[in-house]
Design a protein around this ligand. Structure first.
Ligand code: FAD
Length: 461
């Protein structure tokens, strides 16, 4: 069985964590594994080290023409190498930490003409003709080979054994893969970053209270409806023909168009056909796993730019400006597409949760049961930070933040959470935020309406 694993080197020089999980899955299966990476020539040593774990060969796609590629141009370039390698399966990480879009895998599956399974949590069975995987939120899914998987953070990459041998690294240029350089790199990228600025959204003025006021503050806050200022900012001039794929992104679509048309979410083929026939100015998608997967495939089918996880949309009546957090949430970038229709996925919030959420952070890891009892008492659901998930205290589906879900309850009670920007981007649309933390300088208080400076153990709910 031939498996290609797509790997990207992160800004820290290490393997992108999701790609590490994909590589580990491939190593567990065995067979003939080839690593495929696009990057500068300096990535050669990084790839060589990775071959010690079991891949016989690594291919580095390196050419000036590849620099500055967005997800679509990256997927096109990788697909040419995949066609040349002709594997049974391609394993990718769900997303990179740099781009954080989760688009490249699905786009690559279209350009490489392969089946697709996204958000893989485990492989149930695999042979040369068929694969079945457990997925994060779509149950068990099978695909016929050749197929591409995008893998969640499900395992740790093994360490090399002392006796392990290095494989070899081949460098392939645009010529070697027969690339049309007008479709590669910055030139071939339909999305363009217009400006970036510091991300200060979500900041609030914190009023410090004592623990005995907690229940009063919660009931007052529940009575106020959740607000979301940024998302609902409406542009003065509007676009005239905008599609909202499903109801979920409709509120966003309405900020840039008076009468957006709702197109039911269906297969990529059907939606691509409608878009081609109707030629709207913009297409707005939700951010659930299926919408993300379908939007990325439609983008590749029609060679259209796609901007992921936008937190607001703006327009001057002609162009759609898409605003999204970048660089792990520390900045916001304003992006436009040079292809029409402009396409964006927007951060839609989880609607199936209670009005009150209690977020449990690492500082409260010893008090999970106590917090669960409190949540039950006030009719709340619980959520978690990534540190709680990574350390196996709580399951992934509870994770809120950049690499988890986005929530917007009327009240978010953050217990033992430091307030990393990666967590904040997932809960900043909450109506009222209450933070409980013994460290009065913890950043979470900058994003809270009410703060209780205390250890969770000392609070009687
Ligand atoms: C690319 C990237 C993506 C990420 N995505 C996410 C994401 O989606 N979601 C996410 O949450 N994180 C994410 N992270 C991780 C994030 O940067 C933080 O590491 C994480 O949110 C910290 O979790 P925490 O607040 O639970 O833990 P810590 O940062 O360790 O904070 C624990 C807090 O508990 C307080 N505390 C200590 N003792 C007590 C006590 N007795 N009672 C109450 N409080 C106490 C401490 O004062 C501290 O403020 C991401 C990181 C990266 C690099």
């Amino acid at each position: 069985m031939k498996i290609v694993v797509c790997i990207r080197q992160g800004l820290d020089g290490e393997i992108n964590p999701f790609d590490a999980c994909a590589y580990e899955e491939a190593l567990k299966i065995g067979g003939e594994i080839t690593i495929l990476s696009m990057g500068p020539l300096t990535a050669k040593d990084f790839l060589l080290k990775l071959t010690r774990l079991g891949a016989k060969k690594a291919i580095l796609l390196s050419d000036r023409a590849f620099a500055g590629a967005d997800t679509l141009a990256t997927a096109y370039t990788l697909s040419l190498a995949i066609k040349k390698l002709n594997p049974d399966y391609v394993f990718c990480g769900r997303q990179t930490l740099i781009g954080d879009t989760a688009q490249t895998g699905p786009m690559l599956s279209v350009y490489a003409n392969m089946g697709l399974i996204t958000n893989v949590m485990g492989i149930a069975s695999i042979n040369e003709t068929q694969i079945t995987c457990r997925t994060r939120d779509m149950g068990e899914i099978s695909a016929k080979a050749p197929a591409l998987l995008t893998v969640e953070r499900i395992n740790n990459l093994r360490l090399p054994s002392i006796r392990s041998k290095m494989g070899e690294v081949e460098v392939w240029t645009a010529n070697d893969i027969g690339a049309d350089i007008s479709r590669c790199g910055l030139i071939g990228s339909p999305t363009r970053v217009l400006e970036t600025k510091e991300n200060s959204s979500g900041r609030r003025r914190c009023k410090y209270i004592t623990a005995d006021k907690l229940s009063t503050v919660i009931s007052e806050a529940v009575n106020k409806s959740a607000s979301n200022t940024e998302q609902n900012a409406v542009s003065d001039k509007k676009l005239t023909k905008v599609f909202s794929i499903g109801e979920a992104p409709l509120e966003y679509a309405k900020t840039v168009c008076d009468n957006p048309t709702v197109i039911p979410l269906s297969t990529p083929e059907k939606i691509a056909e409608i878009i081609k026939a109707e030629n709207p100015q913009a297409v707005i998608w939700g951010s659930d796993s299926y919408s993300k997967q379908v939007s990325a495939r439609v983008s590749a089918m029609l060679d259209l730019g796609l901007c992921a996880d936008c937190t607001s949309l703006q327009t001057d009546g002609e162009i759609l400006y898409m605003v999204r957090p970048a660089l792990a949430g520390s900045v916001v970038a304003k992006i436009k597409s040079i292809t029409t229709p402009a396409m964006a996925t927007v951060r839609t919030t989880q609607k199936d949760t209670s009005d009150i959420l209690v977020g449990i952070g690492y500082g409260a890891r010893e008090s999970i049961e106590k917090i669960k009892a409190f949540a039950q008492k006030i009719g709340a659901d619980i959520t978690a930070t990534r540190k709680m998930v990574d350390n196996d205290f709580l399951p992934y589906y509870l994770q809120v933040g950049l690499t988890g879900k986005t929530v917007a309850p009327a009240v978010y009670i953050a217990v033992g959470i430091s307030g990393a920007v990666h967590h904040i981007v997932g809960m900043q649309q909450s109506g009222t935020v209450i933070a409980i933390n013994p460290d009065k300088d913890a950043p979470i208080f900058d994003y809270a309406d009410y703060g209780i400076v205390a250890n969770i153990e000392d609070i009687e709910f």
